[in-house]
Ligand binder design. Structure first.
Ligand code: ZN
Length: 132
């Protein structure tokens, strides 16, 4: 069954945002990690079966810098589980659904991920994640 794996929220600065969610929503911090190749510093909170992922830029050319400049802080993407990412992507491509990433890559959690283009998904950047 498909689940929402995580919801990604873009923030300008990680530490104050982490503290806000810890202190005010009593969320349990799972981990903080840096992904220099994507220019990102991220924090995961465990919220039931779903993670809340805070994404902050490490540099001006990070993967979320354009988003932050255009839209400011806010919900950046929603990630849904898929049993077989390659088969799922092939199916989407065949149907003409626009992908934001042409190939799957390994995401912050260590699982294969791919993004559907927000123009194809009613305005929501949508991630597929294959969790074994
Ligand atoms: Zn994500």
């Amino acid at each position: 069954m498909t689940k929402i794996d995580h919801i990604g929220v873009a923030v300008h600065e990680l530490e104050p945002a982490v503290k806000f969610f810890q202190d005010n929503l009593r969320l349990e911090l799972k981990e903080i990690k840096e992904l220099p190749e994507r220019g990102l510093k991220i924090a995961f909170f465990q919220v039931g079966d779903t993670l809340l992922e805070l994404l902050a830029p490490l540099s001006d050319d990070s993967q979320i810098s354009k988003f932050l400049a255009r839209k400011g802080e806010g919900i950046h993407h929603i990630a849904f589980t898929t049993p077989d990412i390659e088969a799922h992507m092939a199916e989407l491509t065949e149907k003409g659904v626009r992908m934001a990433t042409p190939e799957a890559s390994i995401g912050a959690e260590g699982f294969p991920i791919a993004f559907l283009h927000p123009k194809a998904t009613h305005g929501v950047l949508t991630e597929l994640i294959e969790k074994k």
